[in-house]
Design a protein around this ligand. Structure first.
Ligand code: HEM
Length: 490
């Protein structure tokens, strides 16, 4: 790995980066390691640089790799980096409505963001889905308790199904007839979107567009998902109309997120009208942003705990002391529990499921850490590297939830050595939603069961191989034997 010349690029002082080849730029430095966050962390360490510059195909890419660089991107110059790149794949599928996650900075994004923060993902709304979460977790515990004795349970699969089911109920409601079909296409979409799209790296090349089959797959899948959203919306409208006429126009019921959006659309008065296309994209965005992330974080948490039986025991002792044999875990029981929260924080430090945050784009040339960042560059923040940097963390590679006990560092977006949800204007608005679902699931799994590894496997042998999809997830499913300790009341 040689240092690319720092100067000499139109007089710009670009951040250091590896040497480049014509056409492909720095791509060859990443092909051997599909886990880009690791390869780029390695580069930053070798250059001893807080920020790294690469060129991936035609795209200039800058990766902030220290807390100070992260602060400059997400606080000092937040507004300048508050847009997302708009590559050919995004363009192709978001022709009618941008959604919020990949929306460009502007009036539409500002409005959708406000709707997310104030209406869809607010603490009050998250609280309104408490019954959904408790019921779904109850079903999970029942299913695990009923599993065949002596057979290991696929914990990864169970967690993913629970998170997806809870999300469908909160977002589209209990009665969506095409639920299975929707979840299947969503899973397929998540798989395809994780594929590398040649066309996005060479947006001006017609050849890349020709070989870029991924874009077409993504497009087909997206079209199908939109059609399914159409039918969900139609079902909502029919139900609402029936209820309104039965109740003389004053029906009150628990709203799911589609209900909320349809109500806001009807009330009107918004700066940018909420079209059906926007509503559909927004709901899909929330599904994709919300399910994979929380499910993967929970799987990592369980894997870390079986690797560290003493920590698992500590969490179980706290839960079982507090609960005194109560037959079900409810969200009231979580108040005052400390260790579960520390475990979730430490999981997101060691396994930040969105390891380089989502890409931002530099709107106007500016300087970060004294280096020139060209207009149009794609900008990432390598939180995976920052979260494991021994300059900021003692014993950085070790899973130690107790490190957060003094409460000094949190993931709320003000401590730049720890931003698994990002920071600033584009920070994750789903933090409260994620926390509520992760805490209850983890508490129930640890309270009702003890967990044993398949025979012959010691804690240090638990496979922790990582795979990059749209999130950094476990490559292999986690299988464990549950032993019921506190039976759940039917
Ligand atoms: C462990 C769980 C989660 C993690 C680690 C996570 C992490 C993130 C990260 C890193 C970003 C990008 C931030 C940036 O660019 O600075 C993001 C954006 C976003 N997340 Fe989450 N997220 C989680 C759960 C959720 C949930 C449950 C929802 C909604 C139900 C959600 C909705 C969103 C949305 C809408 C955005 C886009 C925000 C924007 O671009 O303005 N996330 N999330």
């Amino acid at each position: 790995l040689k240092l690319r010349k720092r100067d000499g690029n139109d007089g710009l002082r670009l951040p250091p980066g590896p040497w480049q080849l014509p056409v492909i730029g720095s791509l060859h430095h990443l092909v051997r390691s599909p886990l880009a966050h690791r390869a780029i962390a390695d580069m930053a360490r070798r250059f001893d640089a807080p920020i790294v510059y690469l060129r991936l195909g035609e795209i200039p890419v800058v990766v902030a790799s220290s807390p100070d660089a992260a602060r400059e991107v997400m606080k000092t110059h937040d507004l300048n980096f508050a847009t997302r790149p708009w590559g050919p794949t995004t363009q192709a599928i978001r022709a009618e409505g941008e959604g919020v996650v990949f929306a460009r900075y502007g009036a539409l994004w500002r409005q959708l963001r406000k709707i997310c923060v104030l209406e869809l993902l607010s603490a009050r709304r998250v609280q309104s889905f408490r019954r959904v979460r408790e019921e779904e977790v109850g079903c999970l515990v029942t299913a695990i308790a009923a599993s065949t004795p002596g057979e290991a349970v696929n914990v990864s699969e169970r967690i993913a199904a629970l998170v997806a089911d809870s999300a469908v109920r909160a977002m589209i409601g209990d009665r969506f007839e095409r639920r299975e079909e929707f979840l299947e296409h969503l899973a397929e979409g998540i798989k395809i979107s994780a594929r590398f799209s040649v066309r996005d790296l060479f947006p001006s090349s017609r050849l890349a567009s020709f070989v870029g089959r991924t874009t077409r797959w993504v497009q087909d899948n997206h079209r199908k998902l939109l059609e399914l959203m159409d039918s969900a919306i139609q079902q909502h409208q029919e139900r609402r109309a029936a209820m309104d006429s039965a109740a003389g126009g004053s029906s009150e019921q628990q709203e799911d997120l589609v209900d909320v959006l349809l109500r806001l659309q009807k009330e009107g008065g918004l700066e940018v009208p909420l079209t059906m296309a926007i509503i559909k994209e927004l709901i899909l965005d929330l599904f994709i942003a919300g399910s994979e992330t929380s499910a993967n974080a929970l799987q990592w948490a369980m894997a870390e705990l079986v690797r560290n039986p003493k920590l698992m025991q500590k969490a179980q002792d706290e839960l079982r002391d507090k609960m005194e044999g109560k037959p079900t875990v409810t969200e009231d029981d979580l108040v005052g529990l400390k260790y579960i929260k520390l475990i979730i924080k430490e999981t997101l430090r060691v396994h930040p499921v969105v390891p380089m945050l989502l890409p931002r784009e530099c709107r106007e040339s500016c300087k970060v850490m004294g280096y020139d960042i060209p207009k149009g560059a794609t900008v990432f923040v390598n939180v995976w590297a920052i979260n494991r940097d021994p300059k900021y963390w003692d014993d950085a590679e070790t899973f130690k939830p107790d490190r957060f006990e003094d409460g000094k560092v949190d993931f709320k977006g003000t401590d730049f050595e720890f931003t698994p949800f990002g920071a600033g204007r584009r920070m994750c608005p789903g933090m409260a939603f994620a926390q509520a679902s992760m805490e209850l699931v983890l508490a129930a799994l640890l309270y009702h069961f003890d967990w044993e590894l398949p025979s012959g496997l010691g804690p240090s042998q638990v496979d922790m191989t990582e795979e990059m999809g749209i999130t950094a997830r476990r490559k292999h499913d986690l299988y464990l034997h549950p032993v019921v300790r506190v039976p759940q009341q039917a």
